[in-house]
Design a binder for this molecule. Sequence first.
Ligand SMILES: CC(C)(COP(=O)(O)OP(=O)(O)OC[C@H]1O[C@@H](n2cnc3c(N)ncnc32)[C@H](O)[C@@H]1OP(=O)(O)O)[C@@H](O)C(=O)NCCC(=O)NCCSC(=O)C[C@H](O)C(=O)O
Ligand code: MG
Length: 349
Amino acid sequence: MKLPRRFFQPLAAGAPEPFRELPVKLERMIHFVPPHNEKVRAKVGDLAATVDVVLGNLEDAVPADQKEAARKGFIAMGKEVDFAKTGTGLWTRINALNSPWILDDLFEVVGEIGSKLDVIMVPKVEGPWDIHYIDQLLAQLEARHKVEKPILVHAILETAEGVANVDAIASASPRMHGMSLGPADLAASRSMKTTRVGGGHPEYRVIADAKGEEARVSAQQDLWHYTIAKMVDACAANGIKAFYGPFGDFSDAAACEVQFRNAFLMGCAGAWTLHPSQVAIAKKVFAPDPDEVNFAARIVEAMPDGTGAVMLDGKMQDDATWKQAKVIVDLARLVADKDPELAKVYKLP
Ligand SMILES: CC(C)(COP(=O)(O)OP(=O)(O)OC[C@H]1O[C@@H](n2cnc3c(N)ncnc32)[C@H](O)[C@@H]1OP(=O)(O)O)[C@@H](O)C(=O)NCCC(=O)NCCSC(=O)C[C@H](O)C(=O)O
Ligand SMILES: [Mg+2]
């Protein structure tokens, strides 16, 4: 473990000081773009205004013979589009640390568009050692290319070993932005018997006790509850953000919405969107419900200094519910800043 006073020191001479706190940003969706696909890339200028984060994906889903085209395409996209104009985050998902592409990914992307890049998503993170490696290398590259704002790191939780080490990953570096669940790789790593990318499974269920001839009620359960809860705790304890990852069945918007909402209610800030049809779902889910915002605003108003106990609509409110209300009101303000329609609905003072 590093000494506390050394934790925030830059890891290379000339590298920027790490952030002490995460920049406050609305990140309801991390929208995945395949940068080797010229047709999709050509739409990114317009797309950027409609999503919170654009991520150029260099890893899985990019064929091996197009890795270079994806990297070059992402760099071109970063140069051509003014993401700052719309306050849209620019992220990339690099290839895995043991792959033949990782060094070129980092050297070329940071070298060419390091100053425009907000976050690098690192797949298949197994433990804090993976973050330490990226942290040191990024500091050296930032110094070499005179990048003035630190590039943050986002880990994908998608191996059994990563899940076992989730707390140590979350606290590995002040460069940590957050973490996403990677249900497809995680399922494979754990030998789970599913071919789905996220979501439930019809056979993973509970059944009521037998009562004579009565039909037994049975309900599907959430395969990801344990991992999301573990990830949310690790992230919250370290002041970083948790995200649900991908939902692969684009034809099932209802199931996508339910999976995203469970993650939101559990503490996640957003989810990945892989197809344009999922953007509206993420916008709907990762913004608090207007009735909930209204009630939360009344709690905050009723307890201006956040202490004591009051009754609202027959429900007891105290210091703890004030903090819950503050989470909802703060998020609603962030959403309202970006979305004039929701600002009108929220009617926050
Ligand atoms: C999966 C896709 C290749 C499907 O694309 P396509 O066949 O073109 O679908 P559609 O015909 O339905 O598309 C309709 C129009 O929308 C455009 N489009 C499609 N996807 C995107 C996108 N992501 N961003 C912007 N625009 C998009 C199409 O071009 C069509 O346009 P038009 O013809 O003008 O109407 C594609 O959706 C895709 O590549 N998505 C991203 C996939 C991806 O990144 N996968 C990896 C992440 S998940 C993962 O890695 C697992 C995880 O790590 C884990 O372990 O869990
Ligand atoms: Mg994966």
